[in-house]
Design a binder for this molecule. Structure first.
Ligand SMILES: [Zn+2]
Length: 57
């Protein structure tokens, strides 16, 4: 994980979601900000950098 492992919204680091939803988003977006289970209930998972064409380094 390159980002700080804290919730994007509230900064909680103890109850972050890492489920199939997040895994799917990680496949689709370059960045998926961590989100805790509480915030995930009411807020969208924050993503950035849509991968349109995957370039291998
Ligand atoms: Zn949170």
């Amino acid at each position: 994980m390159l980002l700080d492992d804290i919730c994007f919204y509230c900064g909680d680091a103890t109850d972050l979601v890492d489920d199939d939803d997040i895994a799917r988003l990680r496949d689709q977006f370059g960045i998926v900000h961590p989100i805790c289970s509480v915030c995930k209930l009411t807020k969208p998972v924050k993503t950035r950098n849509v991968i349109k064409s995957i370039k291998q380094k």
